[in-house]
Design a protein around this ligand. Structure first.
Ligand code: G3P
Ligand code: MG
Length: 234
């Protein structure tokens, strides 16, 4: 089963930082997940929340900051003072680090309704790097996935289920040509992996942080697990 380092090795280093991605690779992760937002000046940046309250201890929204302003913010100290020099990387910087070493799962946190042009910028970045094979794009924002698909037929798409019902999800995954359903542990029932496989889909489960959870997900036949501890063993 594929272990995907969730926000990097975020159990050991501050999430979504180059330190967390480097550590994930050092631990042998074959896949890394990260989240992206867009700055005021159109830079794709790696961070989970749409503001800096939690990881930057600052009252500021990503959409209102320039890339330069964001690059000044310490997003590591909240985790440990050892990481005070960590900054929210640009997606380009994260891709530079991970390229050729692991598959990259890019989670678009919001599409164009919140961040105009974000899908096009993402597609252009992947195209410039000829990174279609090793990059997957996922989102809870399904219109954003449709926008990605309309831009390029090569995009590998993961459909994050969220609150969507299965009937609609199957219909949309088929229309999108998605390759996986990405779902929470709670949603990862005993029979679903088999049903997904029958439709040619993979099932990827988040967030799997204990041995017991990993064994359960593996025994149910799921294909991958997002984990904060990429050295986890079943
Ligand atoms: O892609 C799986 C997982 O990352 C989705 O939830 O909130 O951790 O981005 P979240
Ligand atoms: Mg995510």
């Amino acid at each position: 089963m594929l272990l995907i380092a969730h926000r990097g090795a975020s159990g050991y280093a501050p999430e979504n930082t180059l330190a967390a991605f480097r550590l994930a690779l050092d631990l042998g992760a074959r896949a890394v997940e990260l989240d992206i937002h867009q700055t005021r000046d159109g830079e794709l940046v790696v961070i989970h929340d749409d503001d800096l309250k939690r990881v930057g201890r600052l009252k500021a929204r990503i959409a209102e900051l320039s890339a330069g302003e964001l690059a000044a913010v310490d997003v590591g100290s909240w985790f440990s003072p050892r990481f005070a020099s960590e900054r929210a990387p640009t997606l380009s910087q994260a891709m530079d680090l991970v390229a050729g070493r692991a598959e990259l799962h890019v989670e678009l946190k919001h599409g164009s309704r919140r961040y105009p042009g974000i899908e096009r910028r993402l597609v252009e970045l992947i195209e410039r790097r000829a990174a279609w094979k090793e990059t997957l794009i996922s989102s809870f924002d399904h219109p954003a996935l449709f926008a990605v698909r309309a831009l390029d037929k090569r995009a590998r798409i993961g459909y994050l289920l969220g609150l969507t019902g299965m009937r609609k999800a199957y219909r949309e995954m088929r229309a999108l040509g998605a390759e996986s359903l990405n779902l929470s542990l709670r949603q990862a029932g005993a029979d679903l992996a088999r049903k997904l496989h029958a439709r040619g889909l993979k099932g990827l489960v988040y967030t799997v942080n204990t041995r017991e959870q990993l064994s359960r997900v593996a025994s149910r036949g799921y294909d991958g697990a997002f984990t904060n501890f990429p050295d986890l063993k079943p």
